[in-house]
Design a protein around this ligand. Structure first.
Ligand code: SAM
Length: 279
């Protein structure tokens, strides 16, 4: 293919790749555009490119097909989870050999991507909903990671702390932002706290800022954890409420520059952001 042909074919290639990654039905693939493109081109490079499917480590997830089920939004993966996972994979050094606490983990995709790609020392998935926690545990096991039974076990196994340890120590914890205490959060000894798509109504915004305030009282080696919150900008007022409440709680923040590399098949037009919080 001439260079100009390959630039023209790039969107078609991406479209195949996205549908492949999202395990979409074959009938939804853009076969007609492919046929037209192949009629116009002399070589078979486009076909070869399409057949070279994306490669790399994989994540297996059991999740619901409904956006809300069992009274929770946590049984499906939301776009900001994918966006945060992409950002983490572009910045693995921020996670390597550190203990990560994720708030409102939902189905667990972000954490599983970080566990597989960013070499954290320990990873605490957390949520407050029983069905979500049950599915989360299943998803962790489905991906070949073993679960520590409690915080004490998470802190043990010093032999796992060597730089070349293969798997992080992983725990799934019930953490309800409204009732968790500072000592309970401090026991996880987090170096970094992350959350994706947890700003969807005023009540959750207030609860989230509350737990972030508690985390700002958790020091490890005289440092408070770094914190990153990713969200889809659906309703500007909810985002505004979040930043206003952060200001009220005395938590400065800055927006993390957008990353361009899209690995996951989320909607092209949804606007997303990650805020870094100085707890
Ligand atoms: C929209 S889902 C996002 C799940 C996942 N982070 C993602 O992006 O796919 C929001 C999650 O936050 C959890 N959540 C909401 N309020 C919470 C609270 N007060 N304490 C702990 N988790 C909470 C829900 O159970 C749910 O799993």
């Amino acid at each position: 293919m001439a260079p100009e042909d390959s630039a023209e074919a790039a969107p078609l290639l991406r479209s195949f790749e996205r549908r492949f990654l999202a395990a979409r039905a074959l009938s939804s693939f853009p076969w007609q555009s492919l046929e037209e493109k192949l009629r116009d081109s002399s070589g078979s490079e486009l076909l070869l490119d399409i057949l070279q499917k994306p490669s790399g480590d994989s994540i297996t997830l059991c999740e619901s097909t409904a956006i809300i089920s069992h009274g929770t939004t946590g049984l499906v993966t939301w776009n900001a989870a994918l966006y945060l996972a992409e950002w983490a994979m572009e910045n693995p050094a921020g996670f390597a050999h550190r203990t990560v606490l994720e708030l409102g983990s939902g189905a667990g995709l972000t954490g599983l991507a970080i566990c597989k790609m960013c070499r954290p020392r320990a990873y605490v998935f957390s949520d407050c909903h029983s069905h979500v926690l049950e599915q989360l545990q299943g998803n962790v096991l489905l991906n070949g990671l073993s679960l520590e039974p409690n915080v004490a076990a998470l802190a043990q196994h010093p032999e796992h702390d060597t730089a070349d340890a293969e798997s992080p120590r992983v725990m799934v914890a019930r953490v309800d932002w409204d009732v968790v205490t500072v000592p309970q959060l401090a026991a996880f000894q987090p170096d970094i706290v992350i959350a994706a798509d947890v700003l969807y109504c005023p009540e959750t915004v207030l609860s989230l800022v509350g737990v972030l305030q508690k985390l700002s009282a958790c020091q490890k080696d005289q440092r408070v954890p770094d914190a990153y919150v990713a969200f889809t900008i659906r309703n500007p007022e909810t985002c505004q409420l979040f930043t206003t409440e952060l200001g009220r709680a005395g938590i400065p923040w800055e927006e993390v520059p957008r990353h361009d590399q899209k690995l996951f098949p989320y909607e092209e037009h949804s606007e997303m952001a990650i805020l870094k919080l100085m707890l």
